[in-house]
Design a binder for this molecule. Structure first.
Ligand SMILES: NC(=O)c1ccc[n+]([C@@H]2O[C@H](COP(=O)([O-])OP(=O)(O)OC[C@H]3O[C@@H](n4cnc5c(N)ncnc54)[C@H](OP(=O)(O)O)[C@@H]3O)[C@@H](O)[C@H]2O)c1
Length: 217
């Protein structure tokens, strides 16, 4: 598939590399075409990688990944263009972390609504799936780097888009029973509000390389 990854940070480049590795064409999107990080990523990733503006990437793609800062995601997606997102699966891995009060950051949800829900409301024909925001970038695409089974969540209103997200996750190495569907896009509230606990765990464990596992009978 042609997949746009909006975001040139560690998450965008890690996901972009893993998506190319698993057989996709990836275009990394940013505010300005030809920025240093995007060009370095394309040079390192090879033939199936390209870069451009948020709008170039989204217009070209069949599937879009939002890997921009949660507090600027609506701006980034507006720049990508509503028409370029219409009808497409939009995987949202962002967290609306507010660092203005120092560390640890707080989770900023407008009127109790997650950024995943706000994206779905702003772009009603996009099929938003919140996923992968509950772990560090390296674990997202290399789940077997941690011992044992652990959990990745998906939330969204479109069963079809969640199925597509599941296929991409399986290709990264997640097992079927590790992918836990937590329901509609409203469930993105909890996935984002997990971040304060994630940050505390990172502090107490002394590493970002960990995950949680939902167990059931
Ligand atoms: N770091 C992790 O391990 C991790 C784990 C889970 C979830 N997340 C979430 O994943 C997302 C990406 O994280 P990251 O650390 O890779 O990158 P980041 O630094 O949070 O975001 C980088 C991207 O945001 C864009 N951006 C910055 N300001 C903007 C603005 N005013 N308008 C539009 N776009 C703007 C940048 O555009 P340019 O390319 O033009 O500079 C860049 O592409 C975040 O929401 C983060 O909370 C991160």
């Amino acid at each position: 598939m042609r997949i746009a990854v909006l975001g040139t940070g560690v998450v965008g480049t890690t996901l972009g590399t893993a998506l190319v590795r698993t057989g996709h064409e990836v275009r990394l999107g940013s505010r300005t075409a030809g920025n240093e990080k995007s060009l370095a990523w394309v040079a390192e990733t090879g033939d199936h990688a390209s870069e451009g503006t948020f709008a170039d990437a989204a217009a070209w793609a069949e599937v879009v990944v939002n890997a921009t800062g949660g507090l600027v995601s609506l701006d980034a997606l507006t720049a990508a263009g509503a028409d370029n997102l219409a009808g497409k699966a939009l995987l949202d891995v962002s967290n609306p972390l507010d660092f203005s009060g120092g560390f640890p950051p707080s989770v900023k949800q407008q009127d109790g609504r997650s950024i995943g829900e706000q994206i779905q409301s702003a772009f009603p024909t996009a099929k938003v799936v919140k996923t992968l925001n509950t772990m560090t970038a390296a674990v997202m695409t290399a789940p077997r780097s941690l011992p044992g089974a652990h959990t990745v969540f998906v939330a969204g209103d479109s069963a079809e888009a969640k199925e597509l997200a599941g296929l991409l996750l399986l290709a990264f190495g997640w097992a079927e029973d590790e992918i836990v569907d937590v329901g509609a896009i409203t469930a993105a509230r909890g996935l984002e509000l997990y971040l304060p606990l994630w940050l505390s765990l990172m502090g107490s464990l002394g590493t970002p390389t960990f995950n949680v596992h939902v167990v059931r009978p």
